[in-house]
Design a protein around this ligand. Structure first.
Ligand code: NDP
Length: 357
C-alpha cells in the first residue's frame, strides 16, 4: 500500500478514510503496482520547536513501524509532513529495525530520495492541466492562473506554470490570500519557498516585500482567472466559489489537493462543461514518483532528473488517456467519470481474479 501521512489538527478517522479510498483508485490510475493507504495524526507541527517535531515523529514511528514495511505499506508525506518529518521518521524506523529500506518515500536526496519527488505532485497537476487544455487546441501559455495553498504542491504547481508561460497571480495559506497582479515569477516564488519551508512564516508577509494585496480570511476564488488550481486542502471550493469561477470565465480547474471541490462545485463545473480534473487523476504525479522512488531503492540506483521527469510526464499522459477513454461524452470529456471508471476497473478485476473473501 502507498499514500501520505498527514499531521494537522483537523485529522480524524473520517478524513483518513476518504483519503485512503481516493488513494486506491489514484494509485490504480498510475498503472504502477501499488494499493492505496493513508495515515496521520491530529498533531499540529505549527508553532512547535524543532525538537518537539522530532520527538513527535520518533514516537509516532515507534508505533507505526510495527505496521509498515518495504513490502507492506510505504507511507509518504502530505499536509504537515515534508522532507523534515520524513527524515525524523525514517531515522527512527532505521534505528528500530536496524535496516536501510525504502520504507518511506519523499526522502532526502542524500539518503535514498528520488529526484523530482518534491516537485512531482505540482508538476504532474500542471502537466495534466496542459493535457486537458490541449484537447481544446489550447495551452497554459499566457493564461492567468490562481493557486490556493503555498505548501509543497502549490509551490511546484506555480513553478511549472511559470515554465509553461502562464502567469500565477495568487497563492494562499490557511490565514488568507495574496493577489499579485504582476505575477508571482520564479524569483518571488523562491522567496515564498524560503518563507514557507525554512522560516515557516505566513503568506501575508509577501506584501512587506512585493507589490501585492493581502486579504485576510479570503480564498483566491473571487480573483478573475483562466485556470484555477486548488492545492491546499479538502472542501476549499464550494458551490458559491464554483459559481464565481464559472461566471468569471474560468476554463479549467485541476485539483492539486485531495477533494478540494465539494460535490456541488464539481456538478457546477461539469454542467458548465468547463475542463475539470479530479484529484485522483490530476494529483497522481506525487504517488507515481513515490512509486519510482521505491523502484530506485529496490534497484539501489538513482535516475537523473530528466529521466524521472519524463517518466512522470508519460504517466500523467497515460492517466489523461484513461480519463478520455472512459469519460468521453460526445464532444465533452467528463474527467470525473473517466477517472472513477478507469481507476475502478483495474481494482475490481484484481479483486475478482484473486478471489473474494
Ligand atoms: P503542505 O502542508 O505542504 O501545504 C498545505 C498548504 O495548504 C499550506 O499552504 C497550508 O496553509 C494550506 N492549508 C492547509 N490546511 C488548510 C485549510 N484548512 N484551509 C486553508 N488552507 C489550508 O501540504 P501539501 O502541499 O503536501 O498538500 C496539499 C494538498 O495536496 C493536500 O490536500 C494533500 O492531500 C494533497 N496532495 C499532496 C501530495 C504530496 O505529494 N504532498 C500528493 C497528492 C495530493 P498553512 O501554511 O497556513 O498551514
Amino acid at each position: 500500500y502507498k499514500g501520505g501521512l498527514r499531521f494537522h489538527p483537523s485529522v480524524n478517522l473520517g478524513i483518513l478514510k476518504f483519503l485512503g479510498f481516493e488513494q486506491i483508485f489514484k494509485n490504480s490510475l498510475t498503472t504502477l503496482p501499488m494499493g492505496g493507504g493513508k495515515g496521520g495524526s491530529d498533531f499540529d507541527p505549527k508553532g512547535k520547536s524543532e525538537n518537539e517535531v522530532m520527538n513527535f515523529c520518533q514516537s509516532f514511528m515507534t508505533e507505526l513501524s510495527r505496521h509498515i514495511g518495504a513490502s507492506t505499506d510505504i507511507p509518504a508525506g502530505d499536509i504537515g509532513v515534508g522532507t523534515r518529518e520524513i527524515g525524523y521518521m525514517f531515522g527512527q524506523y532505521k534505528r528500530i529495525k536496524n535496516e536501510f529500506t525504502g520504507v518511506l518515500t519523499g526522502k532526502g536526496l542524500n539518503w535514498g530520495g528520488s529526484l523530482i519527488r518534491p516537485e512531482a505532485t505540482g508538476y504532474g497537476c500542471v502537466y495534466f492541466t496542459e493535457n486537458m487544455l490541449n484537447t481544446k487546441g489550447d495551452s497554459l501559455k499566457d493564461k492567468t492562473i490562481i493557486i490556493s495553498g503555498s505548501g509543497n504542491v502549490a509551490q511546484f504547481a506555480a513553478e511549472k506554470c511559470n515554465e509553461l508561460g502562464g502567469k500565477v497571480v495568487s497563492m494562499s495559506d490557511s490565514s488568507g490570500t495574496i493577489y499579485d497582479k504582476n505575477g508571482i515569477d520564479n524569483n518571488k516564488l523562491d522567496w515564498i519557498k524560503n518563507l514557507k519551508n525554512n522560516e515557516r512564516g505566513r503568506i501575508s508577509e509577501y506584501t512587506n516585500k512585493y507589490d501585492a494585496v493581502y486579504k485576510h480570511g479570503n480564498k483566491p476564488w473571487q480573483i478573475k482567472c483562466d485556470v484555477a488550481l486548488p492545492c491546499a486542502t479538502q472542501n476549499e471550493i464550494n458551490e458559491k466559489d464554483a459559481n464565481i469561477l464559472v461566471k468569471n470565465n474560468c476554463i479549467a480547474v485541476a485539483e492539486g489537493a485531495n477533494m478540494p471541490c465539494t460535490t456541488k462545485a464539481v456538478d457546477k463545473f461539469i454542467d458548465s462543461k468547463i475542463l475539470y480534473g479530479p484529484g485522483k487523476a490530476a494529483n497522481a504525479g506525487g504517488v507515481a514518483v513515490s512509486g519510482l522512488e521505491m523502484s530506485q531503492n529496490s534497484m539501489r540506483i538513482q535516475w537523473n532528473r530528466k529521466e524521472v521527469d519524463s517518466k512522470l510526464k508519460e504517466i500523467m499522459n497515460n492517466i489523461h488517456k484513461q480519463c478520455e477513454l472512459y469519460g468521453t461524452e460526445g464532444k465533452f470529456i467528463n474527467y470525473s467519470k473517466g477517472a472513477n471508471i478507469g481507476g475502478f476497473i483495474k481494482v475490481a478485476d484484481a479483486i475478482l481474479d484473486q478471489g473474494v473473501v
